[in-house]
Structure formats: C-alpha cells, structure tokens
Design a protein around this ligand. Structure first.
Ligand SMILES: Cc1cc2nc3c(=O)[nH]c(=O)nc-3n(C[C@H](O)[C@H](O)[C@H](O)COP(=O)(O)OP(=O)(O)OC[C@H]3O[C@@H](n4cnc5c(N)ncnc54)[C@H](O)[C@@H]3O)c2cc1C
Length: 319
C-alpha cells in the first residue's frame, strides 16, 4: 500500500515524506495508542488535497491529527493514512486580522496576535492544540471560546472542493461546531481582531493564564485535558450544572487507577498517564467506569469531550 501511495504522490508532484508503521503514542498528549500504517506530514496545503485523493482512490481511511491533545488512539493503531497537520503553519497578517493554516499551534497564534498588538484571543493561550483541532471542537477556556473572534473557516469538502464557512454557518456551540459534519478538513481560519492593546500587556496575560494552568496541574502528567464536557442544564437530575470533575469526585473516583492510567487526584476530569505505560484500553475503561458510576449516583450521563478514535479513524460514540 505504501508503494502505491508514494507512486501516486510522486506522479502528482507531491514531494512529502511518506513513512510507515509510525508509533502514534509520542504524537499524542496521552502517550498511548498504536501505530499509523502510513504517516504523512505535509508542509504544503496543495499536498493535502492529493493525500485525501489517494485515500479515496485506494479506498483507505485518511485520519487527521493535529497536536494529538484531544484524541485517544486505539491500541491497534490507525489503518490507512494519518495526515499530521503540524507542518501546515503559515500565518498571514493584515491590519486587525490573522489567517492561520490549520496546523498553527494555538500558542503561536496567540503570540503572533500579541506581537502585533491584536487583542481578543489572549485567554486561549495555553491550550496545547492546533488551530484545526481547536476550531473543530470550538475549544475554550476562562470564559473565552476560539469561535469568539472567527471571521471565516476555509474547509475541504469530501468531493475535494473548497467551502468557506462564515462564523454563522459554522454553527459553533459549547465544544462543538457543524464543520466536522459538513466538511472533510479545516484548512485555514481567519480571525478578526480589530481591538488593540499593548503587546507587552498581552504577553503578560499569556504568562498569567499559563501560570493558572500550571497551578491547576494541567501540564504535570500526560493527559488530554478535560475528558468530559460540562453537563448541560435543564434536564431532570438536580446535579446538571455541576462540573464533570465535581460529579466524578462525588462518585468517589479521584485517584482510581488501572495499569498506570489514573483519574487525577488534583483534577477529577483529567485522566492521566504519568509513566506513559498505560494502554488506551485502560483509559477507555476509566472513562466507562466514570460514566457508569456518575450515572448511578446522580442520573447524569457524561458526554466525552475527548475524541475516542476507532482503527478506521472514525470517532467511537459511547452509548
Ligand atoms: C493539558 C491540556 C489542557 C487542555 N485545555 C483545554 C482547554 O482549556 N480548552 C479546550 O477546549 N481544550 C483543552 N484541551 C484539549 C485540546 O488541547 C483542544 O481540544 C485542542 O484544540 C485540540 O487540538 P489538537 O490539534 O490537539 O487536535 P487533535 O487532538 O490532534 O485532534 C482532535 C480532533 O480534531 C480533528 N482534527 C485535527 N485537525 C483537524 C483539521 N485541520 N480539520 C478537521 N479536523 C481536524 C482530529 O481528527 C480529531 O478528531 C487541553 C488538552 C490538554 C492536554
């Protein structure tokens, strides 16, 4: 299969490295999961279209991966091609506007904005993902969401055409958007940042938010950040409205571990892999346990923020 992929890309003047049997655990923040059959890290957006095309022609899955900070890769690994976006990292600057390729890290986006004195995204500093991953799931923190300042999102559709979502069409809501349902891949995102501020003050804000995360233990051990979404209000249980971490703590699960995976004592909505020796199945077992125990105790069924992938790259939706 790898030879066919290489031949196709060569024939289409795509000169990107094509690697086989590459462990994915080091490319994810949870440090677990098996290998990719084929890994391609394109540096040019033009290559991306051809990679998606060869996937279709050969009938093999192409799974997108950014910084791997919101995914659980199966222990069996991912079949077909994994397209790592982190080489796509161009940022175009105009007055009051930044347009970033999907592989730009959120931190680099924030630093570029701060350097130009553009205010509006500084509270996102510290989210360890890429723009593509963050926009797909409308990442947010400290009362801010990445969609707040978005002007438009450029995507590739299944048929290879480009489609640009306006902010309204993208259907952003809490940790969700319609983009993934209606397109294949986010390629570029434009942020409208007309408000000005002193670059030094914006830099200081970054340090403050980073420090807050450090104090909460965000970077202490390998994890994927919050595993579950905050349960929505308005349902029957009086526990809706409490955070997922509070509910997991109430269920008595803080510190519960399995083969090196652990529900963090310092943040019950984090599952950590301190020695990087847990399997993805251990993480999944703890997720299942937390959902079951919380539901038994409170009637609240927790919904995953973490994207659990199957071997074919499709998300696994827990019932
Ligand atoms: C310590 C820590 C703290 C965190 N704090 C926060 C927080 O405060 N707020 C928050 O919201 N999240 C947080 N996260 C989660 C995570 O960082 C964000 O969700 C991040 O935006 C994911 O980006 P990524 O590049 O790592 O995506 P990945 O994990 O690589 O991918 C996530 C999903 O997006 C898809 N994807 C990736 N790139 C693209 C693309 N270009 N087009 C279409 N689909 C794509 C992947 O296929 C996958 O399904 C935290 C994680 C960690 C480890």
């Amino acid at each position: 299969m790898i030879e066919e992929v290489k031949r196709f890309l060569d024939n289409h003047a795509v000169h990107e490295e094509v690697e086989s049997h590459i462990p994915l655990a080091p490319l994810t923040s949870l440090h677990c999961g098996g290998p990719a059959d084929i890994l391609i890290r394109p540096k040019y957006m033009a290559s991306v279209m051809e990679v998606l095309r060869i996937g279709k022609i050969l009938g093999i899955p192409v799974t997108l991966l950014g910084n791997g900070t919101n995914v659980l890769i199966p222990d069996e690994g991912l079949r077909g091609i994994v397209l790592l976006t982190t080489g796509l990292k161009q940022i175009a600057v105009k007055p009051g506007e930044l347009t970033a390729e999907c592989g730009v890290s959120v931190n680099n986006l924030c630093r570029t904005a701060a350097g130009k004195g553009f205010k509006g995204i500084e509270r996102l500093y510290g989210i360890p993902g890429t723009v593509g991953g963050a926009v797909l799931g409308n990442a947010g923190c400290f009362g801010s969401e990445i969609s707040d300042t978005i002007a438009w999102v450029e995507t590739l559709l299944e048929n290879g055409n480009i489609y640009v979502f306006s902010k309204e069409k993208a259907g952003f809501s809490y940790r969700s958007s319609l983009i993934g349902k209606n397109s294949r891949m986010i390629t570029r995102v434009c942020f409208s940042l007309p408000e000005r501020a002193d670059p030094k003050l914006l830099g200081k804000t970054h340090q403050e938010y980073e420090e807050m995360r450090r104090t909460k233990g965000h970077y202490r051990h390998p994890s994927a950040g919050s595993v579950f979404k905050k349960p929505v209000t308005g349902r029957k249980s009086r526990y809706y409205g409490m955070s997922a971490g509070e509910l997991i703590e109430m269920a008595g699960l803080k510190g519960v571990s399995q083969n090196g995976a652990r529900i963090a004592e310092y943040h019950a909505n984090f599952i950590i892999n301190p020695e990087s020796r847990a399997h993805s199945s251990d993480i999944l077992d703890l997720i299942t346990l937390a959902r079951r125990k919380v539901e038994e105790k409170t009637g609240v069924l927790l919904e995953c923020e973490l994207r659990i992938l199957q071997e074919n790259g499709q998300p696994l939706n827990l019932q």
